[in-house]
Design a protein. Sequence first.
Length: 94
Amino acid sequence: MTPFTLMSLWANAAALLTESHTVISLRLMAISGLIPQSPGENERMVAEKLPALTKSHAAAGQALMAGQRFDQVMEAALAPLSSKVRANRKRLMK
């Protein structure tokens, strides 16, 4: 593991944090009526949490069982969360 792999991990975690903040802000604006909200968005917001966390946990577990390094395990855990948050951001910003 090199410093560059740790910087890459940090950058991916920071991107997830930024996109998560954007999704939270958009959802709060929609809940408060400042922007339009599609029907069922509140239920979707709650229902998607457990499957996303389960995928993340499973990916991290598989990486651990395969003997991968710490940074690879963290990248595997972040990947499902990042893709879900990115999809939410794109959908909510339409």
